[in-house]
Design a protein around this ligand. Structure first.
Ligand code: FAD
Length: 481
């Protein structure tokens, strides 16, 4: 069985590993040079560090290579929650919000470290061949053939010149948001395709370690400076630095470029960033020199053609980064894909078709949730109502585990529940919560009337308690129903 993987990013490398441990003859074609080569320039269009969570970790573990997951996890910084930096009544305050009522963490990590660990593992396997600096230029899924352009200096027996053709049993397209494999897939399947550039650009900034060689702000958090229309975040690195990202509209970036008032903007909207994290000079220089990049959201379906090809990761569902799930979802794609391939060992066409059927609603759900989460990060985290709902959901989660209650965030981030089911459960919880709040208000109003009329404190307490009981019973019924 010959499996060709296009793209050696985190998702392609994991897909190659899943195929290789199953004994496939694996060939991996990657446009860029080998990231392990120290002379390779970093890819500036990619975020430097990101948040790894349960779905990604579980997918790494499902390779069966426990030392791989352990090596990756050893190079992470746990983030217990968000730390919100705001001004309240003119005072700068920092507020920590735990991610999970059970204390589970997100893991900050360097994307290259993960990618390198996967590639290193693959490189030691006798049934795996790498072809760096090779660009996919064509695929004929009906004849199981693909064409590549060799941009490397190396020529070997497999490659016949700058352009060459090969054949495969299965081609896995993991070539990112601007996937060439997806473009060729579209020619042979009636693909529904939707692409959106959102109204936010992103720009990265490096925050050095302190002069004493320590973190400048508490390391075990994802730091957020929410400013509604813009947002600044900082994620820790193992070397005591932070990588920060500014998200802002194109117009916002242009206005700052033309006015040059970057420091003034930061001082007004992102308290203490300058000079505690970055000096004025460094902020100016990085704002000017680092790219201001767009954010794309892509939905498509189907993901496969008969038994010969399938797309995974950003190639299938690039999403905006506000749920920290893009790569985690891509790694999960690989686990789910191989579960279907394992379940149908002699019928790959059925396996791929089942994969598309299951994964489409899940990927589309997380795409939508990611779009919606900008608001949560840039605005809601400051709102008392948001915090109240979070508190109620977490209190139910901790004190009434039998109700099966959890926040949407914790299900997305700390479980492997299908994204579509996470969404359905959250909607159900929201309906119940709204009902309970409504009922609670009615009870309080009713009690106040009784109290004002002929009651006493005792009667009011009894009424409120009865109301809470009723609400809880109703809640239980709806959940069990
Ligand atoms: P890519 O990483 O894009 O890899 C695709 C590979 O294919 C590349 O190496 C490319 O060179 C190669 N390629 C492309 N075309 C060809 C071709 N024609 N021939 C051969 N090779 C080709 N995700 C998270 O889970 N958590 C986060 O916290 C997070 N934060 C993010 C922050 C930002 C600012 C951004 C932009 C994204 C973030 N993401 C995050 C998303 C994450 O970066 C992506 O989902 C992930 O990198 C996708 O991996 P991939 O392997 O599918 O694609």
């Amino acid at each position: 069985m010959k499996t060709v993987v296009v793209g050696a990013g985190p998702v392609g490398a994991l897909a190659a590993l899943f195929a290789a441990v199953r004994g496939h003859d694996v060939e991996i074609y990657e446009l860029r040079p080998d990231i392990r080569d120290p002379s390779t320039a970093p890819n500036n269009t990619k975020s430097i560090n990101l948040a790894l969570s349960e779905r990604g970790i579980n997918s790494l573990r499902q390779t069966g290579l426990s030392d791989l997951a352990d090596a990756v996890l050893a190079n992470t910084v746990p983030m217990h929650g968000r730390m919100i930096h705001v001004r309240k009544h003119g005072e700068y305050v920092r507020e920590a919000q735990q991610y999970d009522a059970h204390g589970r963490d997100l893991l900050a990590m360097d994307r290259t470290v993960l990618n390198r660990a996967l590639i290193n593992h693959l490189d030691g396997m006798p049934n795996v061949k790498f072809f760096f600096k090779h660009k996919l230029i064509g695929v004929d899924f009906k004849r199981n053939s693909a064409w590549f352009e060799d941009r490397s200096d190396r020529k070997d027996l497999l490659t016949q010149g700058p352009e060459f053709k090969l054949t495969f049993d299965l081609l896995i397209g993991a070539d990112g948001a601007h996937s060439a494999v997806r473009n060729h897939l579209m020619k042979v399947v009636p693909m529904t395709y939707q692409q959106e550039y959102i109204d936010k650009l992103w720009c990265q900034f490096g925050v050095p370690a302190s002069p004493h060689g320590d973190f400048r702000i508490p390391p075990n958090y994802l730091h957020i400076w929410p400013a509604d229309e813009s947002m600044f975040i900082a994620i820790p690195n193992t070397d005591k630095t932070f990588t920060s990202t500014l998200f802002m509209s194109k117009e916002g970036f242009e206005a700052l470029e033309s006015s040059g008032k970057v420091v003034e903007y930061f001082s007004k909207n992102f308290p203490a960033v300058v000079p505690d994290l970055i000096t004025e000079e460094a902020l100016h220089a990085q704002f000017t020199h680092n790219e201001h990049l767009p954010l794309i959201s892509i939905k498509c379906t189907p993901y496969h053609y008969q038994s010969s090809g399938v797309i995974v990761g950003d190639a299938a569902h690039a999403m905006v980064p506000f749920y920290g799930q893009g790569m985690n979802a891509g790694l999960e794609d690989v686990r789910v894909l191989f579960e279907f391939l394992d379940a149908h060992p002699n019928d790959r066409a059925t396996a791929l078709s089942e994969y598309t059927k299951q994964r489409t609603p899940d990927a589309q759900t997380i795409n939508d949730l990611a779009l919606g989460n900008y608001r949560e990060m840039a605005s809601d985290v400051k709102s008392p109502l948001y915090l109240l709902r979070k508190w109620v959901e977490e209190a139910l989660y901790v004190h009434f585990p039998s109700l099966g209650w959890a926040t949407q965030y914790s299900r997305v981030t700390f479980s492997n529940m299908r994204y579509s089911e996470v969404y359905a459960r959250s909607q159900q919880q929201a309906r119940i919560l709204n009902g309970v709040v409504g009922l609670g208000l009615a009870v309080v109003a009713g009690s106040a009337l009784v109290f004002a009329g002929n009651g006493g404190v005792k009667r009011m307490e009894r009424s409120i308690l009865r109301g809470i009981c009723l609400a809880a019973q109703g809640l239980q019924k709806v959940i069990q129903g």
